[in-house]
Design a binder for this molecule. Sequence first.
Ligand code: MG
Length: 244
Amino acid sequence: MEIRNKKALAAKPGAVLMDIDNTIYAYDPAHQAAFDAAMRKTVHLLGIKQSEFEPAYKEACKQVKQLLGQTAASHSRLLYFARMLELLGMKSQPLMALDLEQTYWRNFLSASKLFPQLKEFLEDLRVAGIPVAAVTDLTAQIQFRKLIYFGVDHNFDYIVTSEQAGVEKPGAKPFQMALERLAVHEGKPVWFVGDDEVKDISGAKAAIGATTLQKVHDGVTASGEADVVFEHFRELRELLRKAE
Ligand SMILES: [Mg+2]
């Protein structure tokens, strides 16, 4: 753990806001398992080669993102698979697109694992009477499902997705919505825990002046702006214990 701003951590937080993806679990291995399963299914269903799947999927993602910009739906696997099937010359195939989406997320969830002591950290916050909100990009449907799958849905007082906020992080709205719901006491610091240096760290600083704690692991590098850079949630439990 690297503490860059000791002063910001002196007082116990009045609330903790937290990102989900790549913050409470590692995203890459889950995505890889899900992607491989969706590819195998497509290859099997359509009788195409793997080498045909990848470029079509990539192109579909690119087109959906370009069209929708910074919105929750721009991350929709359903829209990616639907467009991919069109690009593969299948016209619209609603049943197959839904099936591939379900395959993707089912495999994603079964390959994802909460980081050690995240749940204990959330329980420490509950015991200390500190409210917690998740602030996350993507659609409510899958983000709710993830928290339920991990068994931490009751550990969050509120969940704000970019679908509900209408804009994505680092836009200010999702952060502000979470704070409004939590009704934090004036003058108490708010912690934001996330992995992404632009969306989470710079975003939370600019939008709500949060004390920022960046979760790093394989594939995540520390930003210059975070007040704390940590690897393990036991380190945050320690910080919480020490704060007055
Ligand atoms: Mg993230």
